[in-house]
Design a protein. Structure first.
Length: 369
């Protein structure tokens, strides 16, 4: 007789990850956060996990750090910091290629410290406003926001959600993490600019100068009052709920399926860096990077060099997000915010830059790590 609990566990896991990968299922009106929360609840309901085990499965260090970064970014947004950045670019940059470099550098650098998804949320409308004011084609500059934010975010622990999880699981110090991956991110940003410029040669290889424009700056009221609003309204609560649910769902799968005997098996050849990076990249494009990292978590402690393995996973999961327009949440944020303002980023327009960028940077990351 088949083990019904095992079958139910695998079914719950697959269903949860399917919704997380797709985004939401309209017929059932459930999104990523709802699916993760429901999946975690079902793991308890069928008896795979006890409430105590579910509670222990939640990595509160990750949740707390991510919440803190959201609060910091929201406050910087309220204070007008990001508008000052684009205002400086508008004032000092006079050539299209220099504008591309400035936008990529700003998006990548800010994403290295302040979580790339939130940077894309804030920077997309500001960059679109800027390039519209100087009468340039917005597509390549928006591609720079998306791809550079993904590339830059690999540099530090606080660059993206998957890095935050990896740091908590691996206990790699901030300085060690940045020392290994920041140089990879820096080279990746250079390649980002080169690829976008080559694909959109007509936009950048020109002697035309940009019009001089002044970006309006806004000043806000007392910071304390705004902070209270920020903490209650501008935090991405669904993302935090998604994390909580995924921790519990993966814990249930790990208990029932990913047993020590399974994770210790050598047939996956995960000690091979190229294989580990390839599996991570493929999983990240199938189920998204955060679920991919959680799925690989049980296997890493059995690998020969645990710290290097986690760094490879961080690199590959992040750079894989550039492969297609739907490869990362950051890409979708840029596309959705641009579409709301009448600018459509097509799948192939993105793919021409994103696919080669993803493959090249993963190879470079492997060589440097």
């Amino acid at each position: 007789m088949p083990d019904l609990t095992l079958i139910a566990t695998v079914t719950i896991f697959i269903a949860t990850y399917a919704v997380v990968a797709v985004g939401k299922i309209p017929v059932y009106r459930i999104d990523r956060a709802g699916a993760a929360l429901l999946g975690g609840s079902l793991m308890l309901a069928i008896g795979v996990l006890t409430p105590q085990e579910a509670y222990r499965a939640i990595d509160f260090d990750t949740i707390t750090l991510l919440l803190g970064m959201m609060i910091v970014v929201a406050n910087l947004r309220v204070c007008g910091f990001f508008r000052l950045v684009t205002d400086w670019i508008a004032t000092h940059v006079r050539r299209p290629l220099a504008l591309l470099v400035a936008i990529a550098l700003a998006s990548g650098t800010l994403s290295a410290f302040l979580v790339n998804d939130t940077i894309c949320l804030v920077m997309t409308p500001l960059v679109l406003e800027l390039v519209t004011a100087v009468r340039r084609n917005p597509i390549p500059y928006l591609l720079a926001v998306a791809t550079a934010s993904n590339i830059g975010s690999v540099a530090t622990i606080t660059g993206n959600p998957q890095n935050i999880i990896i740091a908590s699981l691996s206990q790699i110090p901030y300085g060690v993490f940045a020392g290994k991956l920041a140089p990879v991110a820096a080279i990746g940003l250079v390649i980002t600019v080169l690829l976008i410029a080559l694909v959109h040669r007509g936009e950048f290889f020109t002697s035309q100068r940009l019009e001089k424009v002044a970006m309006p700056t806004h000043h806000h009221g007392p910071l304390m009052a705004k902070t209270l609003i920020v903490m209650t309204v501008k935090i991405d609560w669904p993302l935090l709920v998604t994390f909580v649910g995924l921790f519990v769902v993966v814990a249930g799968l790990e208990k029932m399926v990913l047993t020590p005997e399974v994770t210790a098996a050598g047939h996956l050849r995960l000690d091979n860096s190229a294989v580990l990076a390839g599996i991570t990249a493929v999983l990240s494009n199938i189920v998204s990077n955060v679920p991919a990292v959680l799925l690989l978590k049980p296997f890493v402690p059995n690998l020969e060099d645990v710290q290097r393995s986690w760094l490879i996973i961080a690199m590959a999961a992040t750079f894989a997000g550039n492969f297609t327009l739907v490869g990362s949440v950051a890409n979708l944020i840029v596309a959705q915010r641009a579409k709301a303002r009448g600018v459509e980023i097509g799948f192939w327009a993105y793919f021409k830059v994103g696919a080669p960028l993803s493959l090249i940077t993963i190879v470079i990351g492997l060589l440097m790590l």
